[in-house]
Write a protein that binds this ligand. Structure first.
Ligand code: CTP
Ligand code: MG
Length: 404
């Protein structure tokens, strides 16, 4: 007899409200399903939630018509913790969506956090802080940031007076509450409020402010979306680890590719997608472009997509006598189609000819444009040793770095 799967009885619940339409973002899909650098806003938010230290039930509140999509995203991010995931339909207003999430919490939950999916880059540590503060104090807890701008009261387009900004705090999510008190506050809510803390305070409870995080900003406008994209990209470029400063998990993958071709005095030389007049050519089924082929193998190996021989068979007429660039472009489409961003490619040519120095800038520019990411090219000889040293052929070795 097999062991029954233990049902999780978490004391923490996180409601991720993602049922808004994103009117101000003005994209084809609802805001939570819009992508930031290749991954949906909802996926990125859930990465942070599932990165919390304490285990908790995660309730995703999605638009009715997007429940399947939300479940797929939720299951992918939750992976082995899928039993902690619940997906329910939201309502017309944010408050109604939160209420739907509250109704889906399991009985065991005593501390509840409410989080806007639109705050896609919120660090996991902020969730941990809010949970710990609710549990230590029994109060409502909201992350806040001091207001940096001078704030003025205005009327009909004119400034009236300056508000003392030291008394102001810009409020973020996740907002945390003792579950029973928040349930009661929702049950007796008289009017629609823009955040849960206002409703909680209406019911007579204390709301404490903890330090927020600049990364917890809400993606509201297309400008915010672009800003989020550049923050994600900057963190990918600056990171070699499994998580960046914001707690987002980044997958980096390297790949390697090697190609060897014999010289053929009767063929023109095509190398790195360029024609090299007056240079000894290379033998091969296609044009023998060892640099292009090594780049393809490095990209495919990094993406786990096999190799050039397996992807572009010798019997495929599209690739008969095709130039190396054709293979590189087709490979880039495969790799990006599989969800990867190419970070860079490096190639080294090993052989006596051609001399790379004179055309290095040109070949690097050409390949960088073709690959859509920086490609660096270097060259060496082998001190007359081996087949390259004897001038029988050349080798190209490439590495590629991908991110997802
Ligand atoms: N939200 C929700 N249900 C609603 C309205 C909003 O779950 N009926 C969620 C949004 O998905 C978002 C969060 O509440 O994660 C904050 O709302 P906001 O930033 O205003 O998002 P939208 O309402 O989608 O955007 P807009 O106001 O521009 O339409
Ligand atoms: Mg809204």
């Amino acid at each position: 007899m097999s062991e029954p799967t233990p049902v999780p009885l978490p004391t923490i619940g996180v409601i991720v409200v993602a049922a808004g339409s994103g009117t101000r973002l003005a994209q084809a899909e609802p805001k939570a399903f819009v992508e930031v650098a290749g991954r949906s806003i909802l996926a990125r938010s859930l990465e942070s939630v599932f990165g919390m230290t304490g285990e908790g039930q995660v309730v995703v509140v999605a638009p009715e018509a997007w429940l399947d999509e939300a479940s797929t995203i939720g299951r992918t991010v939750a992976a082995g913790a899928v039993d902690y995931l619940t997906v329910v339909a939201g309502g017309q207003t944010r408050q109604q969506s939160v209420a739907a999430g509250l109704a889906a919490l399991s009985e065991s939950v005593t501390t509840v956090l409410v989080h806007d999916a639109a705050r896609a880059l919120t660090p996991s540590a902020l969730f941990d802080t809010v949970v710990a503060t609710v549990q230590a104090t029994g109060d409502g807890v909201i992350p806040g940031l001091a207001v940096a701008d001078t704030i003025k009261r205005t009327a009909e387009g004119f400034a009236l007076d300056t508000v003392d900004r030291s008394t102001l705090t810009a409020v973020q999510t996740p907002q945390g509450f003792p579950r029973a008190a928040l349930d009661a506050a929702y049950a007796s809510a008289a009017e629609d409020r823009t955040d849960d803390a206002a409703l909680f305070a209406d019911a007579g409870h204390h709301v404490r402010v903890v330090d927020g995080d600049a990364l917890a900003f809400k993606i509201t406008s297309p400008w915010d979306l672009r800003r989020a994209e550049s923050l994600v990209q900057a963190s990918v470029h600056g990171s070699v680890g499994a998580a960046d400063d914001s707690g987002q998990r980044i997958i980096l993958r390297t790949g390697i590719g090697i190609d060897v071709h014999a010289y053929d005095a009767n063929s023109p030389l095509w190398l790195g997608g360029l024609y090299w007049p007056d240079e000894m050519g290379l033998a091969g089924h296609s044009d023998g472009d060892a640099i292009a082929h090594a780049i393809c193998d490095a990209l495919l190996s990094a993406a786990g997509l096999g190799d050039i021989g397996g992807r572009f068979g010798t019997d495929d007429p599209r690739f008969e006598n095709a130039h190396g660039e054709v293979f590189v472009r087709a490979t880039v489409l495969l790799v990006t189609g599989a969800g990867f961003d190419i970070q860079n490619v490096a190639v080294q040519l090993v052989g006596n000819t051609p001399r790379m120095a004179g055309r290095r800038v040109e070949i690097e520019q050409y390949l960088t444009e073709t690959v859509g990411a920086p490609v660096s090219v270097s060259a060496t000889t082998t001190d007359r040793l081996g087949f390259t040293g004897r001038g029988e052929g050349l080798t190209a070795i490439a590495t590629a770095l991908l991110s997802a």
